[in-house]
Write a protein that binds this ligand. Structure first.
Ligand SMILES: [Zn+2]
Length: 234
């Protein structure tokens, strides 16, 4: 459940993108630092990623940086080009964005209704923890909070799909790395604050085990999420 918590190195760090203390989870810390830079657009979509610059900036050797970049490539956030090196994945096109939300709106409201029918205390507890609502405004660095929420949002939606019980739908949406691409469109606290309110509405529907309310809350959440991010294409 590591993804549910703010990574430990960031607890005392004044600037998440800065110096990384050496500890036994160095590879994970380096990964989190670069992930935060990608999600918060400090490294913009399509930009070259200079390994030597990261070596200096994070004060670590090339090895954990190359490891992290390899892992990020597997998640679709980084592209490695022969003889050129690493760059941030390009921003998704407007057409792809529309297709993604069309797909999500077809699948996720129905899944939320099914999850509400299957709801029990244990599942509700898991969703409450995954929703990200409890960690609001805890004073963490803005870039880290944004990237943490992007991952939490991915997990929250994935858990709902898991409880809905259709593994093919779950795999299909997972395969798109939807949340990473969507959150990288815009770095703004409004994106997370409003989404957290909508997650609370979803949790209320799950707590009431009300499929109609869950379906509606998910539809509203996805439509608002889409509308919040549309200005990124202006
Ligand atoms: Zn969400």
């Amino acid at each position: 459940m590591m993804q549910n918590r703010t990574p430990s190195i960031f607890k005392d760090a004044p600037d998440a993108a800065g110096f990384i203390p050496r500890n036994n989870s160095l590879a994970g810390s380096v990964y989190e630092a670069i992930f935060a830079q990608l999600m918060s657009l400090k490294i913009p979509p399509g930009a070259r990623i200079n390994v030597d610059n990261l070596v200096r900036e994070l004060n670590v050797s090339q090895t954990p940086i190359r490891e992290a970049l390899g892992r990020l490539a597997g998640e679709g956030l980084v592209v490695k080009t022969h003889l050129i090196g690493y760059s941030a994945a390009p921003q998704i096109a407007r057409r792809r964005f529309d297709e993604l939300y069309h797909l999500r709106l077809l699948l996720e409201p129905d899944s939320a209704a099914r999850a509400a029918i299957a709801m029990d205390d244990e599942k509700l507890k898991i969703l409450r923890e995954a929703a990200g609502v409890m960690g609001r405004r805890d004073g963490t660095d803005e870039r880290v909070r944004y990237s943490t929420f992007a991952r939490q949002d991915a997990m929250f939606h994935d858990r709902i799909l898991e409880f809905a019980g259709n593994e093919l739908i779950r795999e299909t949406l997972n395969h798109q790395h939807t949340h990473f691409h969507i959150f990288r469109l815009m770095f703004h606290s409004r994106v997370t604050e409003e989404a957290l309110d909508e997650h609370e509405a979803l949790l209320d529907a799950f707590a009431a085990a009300d499929p109609a309310a869950a379906e509606k809350a998910m539809r509203v959440h996805l439509e608002h999420s889409r509308d919040r991010l549309l200005p990124a294409f202006d």
